[in-house]
Structures are given as C-alpha cells and as structure tokens.
Design a protein around this ligand. Structure first.
Ligand SMILES: [Fe+2]
Length: 202
C-alpha cells in the first residue's frame, strides 16, 4: 500500500492511496488545488478508479468536478447522508464496516458522524486511518457548523475512534497539529481528556 499526503489550500490535505501492483489509485478528498493531485496521478502513471469523500464540506470536495473531467469513469464514494450535499452523483454509498479493495489494498469504512452527519473515516490495510475532519493531530473536528453535533461527536470519539488499534497511523483532513500525522496511540491520552471535557459540557 502506498499513500501520498498532499497539502492543498491553506491547511487541507488530499490523499492518494495507490498500489504499485497494477497502478490503481483512489483520491481521498479532492478539495482545493486539484491540479496538484491530478499531477501526482499522471506523473506516477496511476489509473484513478475511486474518489472518496470523507464529508461534503467544500474544502474536501471542491475539486470533485475537475477530477471527474479528467477521469469520467471514476467512481465516487461517500456516505448516503452526503447524497444531496455533493453536486456529483455518488456511485457507491458506504455503510459502517463496508470493505473495498484497490488491487491488494484493503479499505474499511467507518461512519463517524459529529462534525457532519455523513462523515466517514477510511482504514487502509489495518495500518492507516484517514480521518477527514473527525480527528486531527491533537484535536477533533468542530461541531458548530450546520449538521454538526457535539453529542454525536462524543459517541463517535468514545465508541469508535478510541476502540481502534493504537498502532494505526492517523492522517487527518487538516494540518492543524504539530506534525502532519501520528499514531493513534500517541493521540489517545489527549483524546481521553477531550472526550471527558465534552461529556462534562453535555
Ligand atoms: Fe469539514
């Protein structure tokens, strides 16, 4: 499994998950500056088969149309909740625990509402988790935007994120931390404090 983290806009990340076996690839969150992501695909001779949207916010989906113009056969993957909020047809709706393969790479989707109702995280080969705006390095996503819900975020963090393996490497949707990625085990102590603070405020 290969993973490329691409910094876009002021502090967002797009990702490319790809296999060197048959050069198949997926983009996660084609937000701003989609040309950067497309350039990587072209330069590495990859065939783009999926675009995965962690949630509908424009800084994660702005480049969707541009990428689809280059790759009209690509399949768009998102949660059912985001169907009306993304102006491109979604080809594959993911449910909690759904799995998908890119060559030998195993993807597992988990629904992680809270920042938005349709937020998802993607676990890759049980080694990496792409967390969108659910979890950053040192913080979680805000819940004060339309559709955000602190109560639901609490359950997502406590019952889903905290139960995942410490060894997973967290790749967030924004570069908000002191490093661009980290293992979940390093983030859990602060996350426990954050969860407790949320519980007290509910
Ligand atoms: Fe967001």
């Amino acid at each position: 499994m290969e993973l490329k983290q691409i910094r876009i806009g002021s502090d967002n990340f797009s990702y490319i998950i790809y296999s060197k076996k048959n050069n198949l690839a997926a983009i996660v969150d084609p937000g701003f500056e989609p040309e950067k992501t497309i350039k990587f695909i072209i330069n590495n001779n990859l065939t783009l088969i999926y675009i995965i949207i962690t949630h509908h916010h424009s800084d994660h989906s702005y480049g969707l149309n541009s990428v689809k113009k280059y790759y009209p056969k690509v399949k768009v993957i998102a949660s059912k909740e985001d169907e009306e909020k993304i102006d491109v047809d979604i080809d594959i709706f993911v449910n909690d625990g759904d799995k998908l393969k890119i060559d030998e790479i195993n993807l597992e989707f988990i629904l992680t509402p809270g920042h938005t109702p349709g937020g998802i995280c993607i676990i890759v080969d049980d080694k990496v988790i792409l967390t969108g705006d659910t979890l950053f390095i040192g913080d979680c996503g805000r819940t004060d935007l339309p559709g955000g819900d602190l109560h639901i975020m609490y359950y997502t963090l406590k019952n889903k994120i905290m139960t995942l393996s410490d060894s997973l490497i967290v790749y967030p949707g924004h570069d908000y931390g002191d490093k661009p990625y980290d293992i979940l085990g390093n983030l859990k102590p602060n996350l426990m404090i954050l969860i407790d603070d949320i519980r007290k405020s509910l």
